[in-house]
Design a protein around this ligand. Structure first.
Ligand SMILES: NC(=O)c1ccc[n+]([C@@H]2O[C@H](COP(=O)([O-])OP(=O)(O)OC[C@H]3O[C@@H](n4cnc5c(N)ncnc54)[C@H](O)[C@@H]3O)[C@@H](O)[C@H]2O)c1
Length: 301
């Protein structure tokens, strides 16, 4: 396997393509000569993004990544249009709707929907694309997060899914070794896109929590085009890990120590604990309310 991977004329499928990181990466890969398959939930936004590019080099398609059959159908459409698929960027993701939540306080359906999109959606995208990726000695990139190795409190379904997709791609890379195809993990830090708004002003408690737990340099947001350049460089070099911004790279290498130190810090930090209780009180589903109001033991019937 030659080390350098040329993006010129490669066919790249992106999920969540009209979001902040997806669209920026589409523009970057296009500028390096790739043909684009832009998939997302909404047709009009996909078509609007596609209108930026030469129509002969772009195919916008609707894809909900939780639909395994639809993912396979999309790959068939890509092969029918371009004759091949070389790279899949499994990037679509969601977090809590509007406010963070603890596991005690969260809505179970919302928890499972996040896991379905962020973990199973990545798996279903990758599985659908793999026959083409292997046949063309191509690449898989999954969008994980620094939450793969940071404590995921009040963001558990998201963080657990990001840790899961990290392992998916690490295992896949090892399984593909020697075939010419490969897989890579993208670890964005805090990026200025809609998904991060909740922790950067969109919700007062989440914002306060981020300000308390993360030192200022680590919580400084960067723009999606920096991530996009990282993805393009990572693909060109077939890197196993793409950590953006780079200030997170030492922490990702020292993650074992970071886990022990940060979990101990969270065990004893009263300010953080008080914030978590307040987040929990605000997010507790209504069916739990009567039990909270009871002053004596639960009635036995
Ligand atoms: N912004 C950050 O700080 C940050 C940090 C780490 C990781 N990430 C990850 O980066 C990826 C891209 O997020 P972003 O920052 O561009 O946010 P974004 O909200 O702008 O983009 C997410 C995109 O995913 C799409 N999407 C949601 N559910 C989908 C589904 N079921 N099927 C298909 N598409 C779906 C949305 O329509 C949207 O276009 C996500 O996986 C996110 O978790 C973001």
């Amino acid at each position: 396997m030659s080390k350098h991977y040329f993006l010129q004329d490669k066919v790249v499928l992106i999920t969540g393509a009209t979001g902040g990181i997806g669209a920026a990466t589409a523009r970057e890969l296009y500028s390096r000569g790739a043909n684009l398959v832009l998939t997302d939930l909404s047709e009009p936004t996909g078509v609007a993004l596609a209108a930026e590019f030469d129509p002969t080099r772009v195919l916008p398609l609707v894809l909900d990544v939780t639909d395994a059959a639809a993912a396979k159908a999309v790959v068939e459409q890509v092969v029918a249009r371009f004759g091949r698929l070389d790279v899949v960027f499994a990037n679509a993701g969601i977090s809590w709707r509007g406010a963070p939540s603890s596991m005690v306080g969260c809505d179970e359906d919302e928890f499972e929907r996040i896991v379905e999109v962020d973990f199973l959606g990545v798996w279903r995208t990758v599985k659908a694309a793999l026959p083409q990726i292997v046949a063309n000695q191509g690449q898989v990139v999954v969008t994980s997060s620094i939450y793969a190795f940071m404590n995921g409190m009040v963001n558990a379904p998201y963080a657990a899914s990001k840790a899961a997709v990290e392992m998916l791609a690490r295992a896949l890379r090892a399984e593909l070794a020697g075939t010419g195809a490969t897989a890579s993990v993208l670890y964005p830090g805090w990026i200025a896109t809609p998904i991060a708004e909740v922790a950067f002003g969109g919700n007062a408690l989440a914002t306060q929590l981020v300000q308390t737990v993360f030192p200022a340099p680590l919580r400084a947001q960067i723009t999606p085009d920096v991530v996009a350049a990282g993805v393009a460089d990572g693909l060109a070099e077939r890197r196993p890990r793409i950590v953006v911004p780079g200030r997170w790279a030492p922490l990702s290498l020292l993650r074992g120590l970071l886990a022990a130190a940060s979990d101990a810090y969270l065990d004893r930090n009263r300010k953080v604990q008080a914030l978590v209780r307040r987040i929990e009180a605000e997010s507790r589903p209504t069916e739990f309310t009567p039990a909270r109001r009871r002053s004596g033991p639960a009635p036995t019937t």
